[in-house]
Design a protein around this ligand. Sequence first.
Ligand code: NAD
Length: 453
Amino acid sequence: MDIYNPATGEKIDSFQEDTKESVEAKLLAAQTALRSWRKTSVKERIECVAKFAEFLKKNVDELGMELSLEVGKPLNEAKGEVLGAAQKCQFFIEQSEEFLREKLVNTAGNTKEVIAYEPLGVVANISAWNYPYLVGINVFIPALICGNAVLYKPSEYSTLVGKSIEKYLHQAGIPKDVFIGVYGAGEVGRALCELDLDGYFFTGSYATGRKIAEAVSHKLVPVGLELGGKDPLYVTDEVDVKNAAANAVSGVFYNNGQSCCSVERVYVHEKVYAEFLQEFITEAKKLKLGSPQEEGISLGAITRKEHIPFLENQVKDATNKGAKLELGGKRVEGAGAFYEPTVFTNVNHDMLIMTEETFGPVVGLMSVKDDNEATELMNDTVYGLTAAVFSDNQERARAILSDIDSGTGYINCCDRVSGYLPWSGRGHSGLGSTLSQHGLYAFCNPKAYHIRN
Ligand code: NAD
């Protein structure tokens, strides 16, 4: 399979895809390696993870460049992702031992009741390309710390990154058959789903997540799904409008809108709408689109060039239904895959840009009369990943967010993930949690011990 630089269209490498047979052989190797790995202490496993995080920091220049070339994100953001990944390991490094320690929870007469945590076994980590370090870490780090072996399939659009992750985990002391890279596209993912693994953890689109859940449901093993979103941001009338607009522009356009938690819909209280729109456009016009490795670029290439016709279709749909184009609206001609930052007003929920995941630098802004209308519109979606409210009145923001059916609520911020907090989607945004103690326990089977002398 060939790997292309999305910013130039040039081939940068090629690799041998796995086959059904090679995936099967990798599973056998992992099952064998698991026997001794599961007997190691949590402390030893954490030491490997801490070394891995150090390698990421030490090699940030080389890894950032590779990431930028392969997925087209600006070099400084690519380096930020590598460092962010090292940072994200911290929760697991600091707190896993405590959470995984067995717990005496009751003494009933002459019986001690204890909970112990055992690994699931060999788990699949089928991953996405948009933040290959950050989203991979949500799964393979806690999985390894809990004593599982991992068959890791990065996206075919971030294969080089996947290989670097594999190399540095091994250098950090994870045995080579405990973490095994599996390389290729959907066909290879399907081959993984046909085998008998002990858990399936997927990051990607709802369409693929659903296929995976259906394909493995009869196995009755844990399935974790981190899927897409159509995340809303609401600006109340009690805000610093300039600050809200700057944050919203970053939430919409960072990584070219290719984040599961990108802001894809903005609702603004009518009292501040005109001022917000002006500030938002002023901020959006400051974004600099160009070669990802050039200094000062804020928007790089669209990673999958096949996604550009998808964006064009959403833009056409909005225009045909009466939306007003305020900025951008078209691809940039040339060999690379670039799309202008695009802003629409006069939008409604009959339009695809307000209902279907866009996953690109396109957004719709809508004026609302009050918090009730905002809440109703924010909830008018099949997704439920994150929602943001900007307000100087935190009680008001909390009240609104508590009525929103999403896994994460942001107050005066957006597009943010922390290792210390659970990351979970509702509805078509996913199933289960990663990160925090919830994301650690996702990779364990609890065992109940009833102990008498
Ligand atoms: P995708 O669904 O196209 O592919 C994801 C992975 O699944 C890839 O590795 C792919 O090769 C594999 N795959 C494809 N078909 C398969 C099949 N039938 N069986 C098994 N594996 C298969 O998604 P993508 O384009 O890589 O990522 C973008 C999507 O991921 C967006 O919807 C985004 O919102 C979502 N995402 C969610 C989160 C989150 O944390 N919730 C994080 C990042 C991305």
